[in-house]
Structure formats: structure tokens, C-alpha cells
Design a protein. Structure first.
Length: 443
């Protein structure tokens, strides 16, 4: 970094970082055993929550320059927030990380390719669902037209990094463009109505993972929910908030708040742990904007993960049945650490006849997906995934269940890397539950 950049970043740190929150860290080290990057880096303090907070504070205090080493430490953080539940002082590490990244990425001069890439991803693509549909349709065409087979046979895929090559193999089959555009906006309960809910569709969830969204809404209908799906909702903004694009995240949050305000519902339901945790944080994201703070807080309090409402509505007491199989569960970091949802998925899985549930050791340790982390920080991501697969294999499970699309792809990636694709599968919990519910009609 150039001197002018460092001075600008230091000034921004001093003006914008939550200094009281930085002071909350007692340097006790309780966070260290929970931090994947601290462990995988050989216990390097610079890659621990405590170390990163110390660096942030040192920059604010003017005793450390915000150089490339500081940026590297923050970039290598997964943002899994596993440090938060174990912190005796209750430090909101995730908030500090977002603040620091936003300052650095908005203050540091970017190369032309980086600037162009960030514009395409953060400004031109994810905020616009119609463009997400168009991009996903191209992926679907690639899968169905024969181009995928040609690319694999010709060896073109060998020019891509290993992680991307494997990722290409495990992407779900994408629906056709007509299906992607023909989405519902209202669905009635299929039994006596118990709740009226709004469903947060998301961006990737309503395109690449559209079938899982459909399964989610069907489960809600079976559980007695009338469902409203606001047409003007957009991406939650998590990718932006975690990647130093905080202002754009705020813009998207405001749009979502407006979209859901008109729906008089009991809850706003999500089926992606990462999205849900960011939606819950809208109250914090907009706390300094008087005209939005109260509206954001009202929005956030209604967010509920689908597993939580299913347990609340006693769905686990339904007759759920599957063929005999050993099942384990990989926690979504943000579902557990952000939304505080931990027991509900387990309760649902353990209620299925035919399922032998085996708890994975370190089930709540990050799998290494973390949004686009497995692409931009592939080496560390694969180290973390290798550990996760070691724990998975010990369970003898033939089905790995998770509750977030990124985790789902990462576990599929792990299965492929371990050569287990013929004997082990990874599945989103709602697809698994729907399979168990609809299977009762056969038995």
C-alpha cells in the first residue's frame, strides 16, 4: 500500500470503527480454539479473532500501519462468527470485521481488473434478480446443450483451478428460464392454517437452488402456513456486507424492508443460514439512520429459519419416514452463530423413522465455504474442508444434511474430493424433510 492510502485508511478507522466494541475484547483467548484459521495457520495470533481485534485497535490508536499484512489477516477470516458464542464479553466480532473490511476496500486503490470484477458482481449482477435469472439460464443451457460434456471431454476444464473444476461437477441441475421466471407470489396452507408467513426467496436460492425453495414452500404449506412471497424483494446483501460494500448492502436492505412491510405476517421465513443471519442484522446495519432504524428492527425481529417454524408448528411430530440410513448434520455457521438456531434441525432429523442420527465431531466448525471464500481463498478453504471430511467419514453417515447452499456445495465438494460420490450424498435439510414427509404416502 502507498503512504497516502495508509493514511486515508487510518483516518477512516479512527472515524468509523466502533472503539467501545474494540475495547470489549479482554484478550482472554477463549475464542482461539473456535477459530478455524487460527488452528489451520499453525496457531498464528494474526489469524485469530483476538489478534485481528488487536490489529484493528492498533490501527485506530495509530501504533500500527494498515499495511498489506493487516489486510491479509482480515481477508483470510472466514467471518464464521464462531468466536462470538464463546466470548465472555460478548464482543460482536462480525460487526467489527465488516466495518474494517468496508473501510479498507473503499479506501484502497483497486486495480482495473479488480474494480471491473467488483462492479459486475456487486453492482450489476446480485442486486438484480432478472439478471441473476439470465445468468443462471446460461448455466442451464451449458448443462443441457451438451457443452458441459464437450468441455469435460476436450480438457478445457483443466485450464481452471482444481476447486473450480470440482465445483463445476457438483452444481445442481438448473431449471429452464421459463421455470425461473414463473415464480409464485402467494400459496395457501394445505391443512388448517396456523400461521401467515412471508418467504424470503433470496437470489441464488431462487435460481440455482430453485427446487430447494419449492421444497421449502411446500413444507410450509404442509405445516399449515399461508405464504406470501413479495415480488419486489431482492438479494439480502450479505455478500456485499461481508466484502466491503456496506453502502450497497444498506441499499438492498432498505428495498427488502419496503418489500416485506406491506405483508402483515407472523414471520419472515428463510432457508439459507447465511441470508438469515444478515437479515437478522438489518437492525444493526441501519441503526444510525433515524428514518430506517425502527423499521429495520421490526423487520429483523420477524426473521425465522424454516427449521425453527417447523418445530414450532410440531412438524417433527408428523409421520416422517425414509429408508434406513445413517445421517449426520453439518451446522451452517451463520444459522448457529447468527440466528442462534442449533437444536431445531437436529430435532427434525431425529424424528424421521429409518434415520440413525450420528452427531459429527465439531459439527459447528466452519466447512470453509463462507460465501465465495472457497474460490478466493481456496488453499485455506480446502484445508478446513479436509478436516471437516475427516470428521464426517468417522460418523459412517451416507447422508450429510446441512441448511445453507454454500455449505451444501462445499460438502458435495468434499465428497467428490474424497472419492465418495457413489456412496455418500449431501442434501439440504428441507429437501430431506420433504422426501421423508411425502414418503409416508408410500409406506
Amino acid at each position: 500500500m502507498k503512504t497516502a492510502e495508509k493514511e486515508r485508511i487510518t483516518q477512516e478507522f479512527q472515524e468509523k470503527m466502533d472503539y467501545d466494541e474494540l475495547l470489549n475484547c479482554m484478550r482472554c483467548g477463549f475464542c482461539l480454539p473456535s477459530c478455524p484459521t487460527y488452528i489451520e495457520s499453525g496457531m498464528d495470533e494474526a489469524h485469530s479473532p483476538r489478534g485481528r481485534i488487536a490489529m484493528m485497535k492498533a490501527v485506530v490508536d495509530g501504533v500500527l500501519e494498515p499495511d498489506d499484512d493487516v489486510k491479509r489477516s482480515l481477508d483470510l477470516c472466514l467471518g464464521c462468527r464462531a468466536c462470538e458464542p464463546v466470548c465472555p464479553s460478548g464482543v460482536k466480532y462480525g460487526h467489527l470485521l465488516e466495518q474494517a473490511r468496508d473501510i479498507i476496500y473503499q479506501s484502497k486503490k483497486k486495480s482495473v481488473p479488480e474494480k471491473a470484477a467488483r462492479k459486475v458482481v456487486f453492482q450489476d449482477l446480485f442486486p438484480h434478480q432478472n439478471r441473476m435469472v439470465a445468468a443462471t439460464s446460461l448455466l442451464g443451457f451449458y448443462q443441457r446443450s451438451g457443452l458441459q460434456k464437450i468441455a469435460r471431454k476436450s480438457g478445457i476444464m483443466n485450464f481452471f483451478p482444481e476447486t473450480l473444476r470440482t465445483m463445476e461437477k457438483i452444481l445442481p441441475s438448473v431449471p429452464k428460464k421459463k421455470e425461473l421466471r414463473n415464480r409464485p407470489h402467494y400459496l395457501p396452507a394445505l391443512i388448517n392454517q396456523k400461521k401467515k408467513v412471508a418467504f424470503f426467496s433470496g437470489c441464488l436460492m431462487d435460481t440455482v437452488f430453485m427446487k430447494t425453495n419449492d421444497a421449502s414452500m411446500k413444507l410450509l404449506q404442509y405445516a399449515g402456513c399461508e405464504i406470501v412471497i413479495p415480488e419486489t424483494q431482492n438479494c439480502c446483501g450479505a455478500l456485499h456486507g461481508h466484502s466491503g460494500e456496506r453502502e450497497k448492502a444498506k441499499e438492498m436492505a432498505k428495498n427488502n424492508i419496503e418489500a416485506f412491510e406491506l405483508a402483515e405476517v407472523d414471520y419472515i421465513i428463510t432457508n439459507a443460514g447465511g441470508c438469515g443471519a444478515f437479515l437478522v442484522d438489518y437492525g444493526y446495519l441501519l441503526k444510525d439512520e433515524p428514518e430506517w432504524a425502527e423499521r429495520a428492527a421490526k423487520f429483523s425481529v420477524k426473521i425465522k429459519d424454516i427449521t425453527s417454524i417447523l418445530v414450532e408448528l410440531d412438524f417433527h411430530k408428523e409421520e416422517l419416514h425414509l429408508e434406513n440410513q445413517v445421517v449426520t448434520y453439518q451446522d451452517s455457521c451463520h444459522l448457529k452463530n447468527g440466528q442462534k438456531t442449533f437444536m431445531e434441525p437436529r430435532k427434525l432429523l431425529q424424528s424421521i423413522q429409518g434415520v440413525t442420527y450420528v452427531e459429527m465431531y465439531d459439527a459447528s466448525r466452519c466447512c470453509g465455504s463462507a460465501g465465495i471464500y472457497n474460490i478466493v481463498e481456496s488453499e485455506m478453504s480446502m484445508q478446513i474442508l479436509d478436516y471437516k471430511m475427516q470428521q464426517t467419514i468417522k460418523t459412517d453417515a451416507k447422508t450429510i444434511v446441512t441448511a445453507n447452499p454454500g455449505c451444501l456445495l462445499q460438502m458435495k465438494l468434499g465428497i467428490e474430493r474424497e472419492g465418495l460420490s457413489n456412496s455418500v450424498r449431501a442434501v439440504h435439510i428441507v429437501d430431506f424433510l420433504l422426501e421423508a414427509y411425502e414418503n409416508k404416502a408410500i409406506n
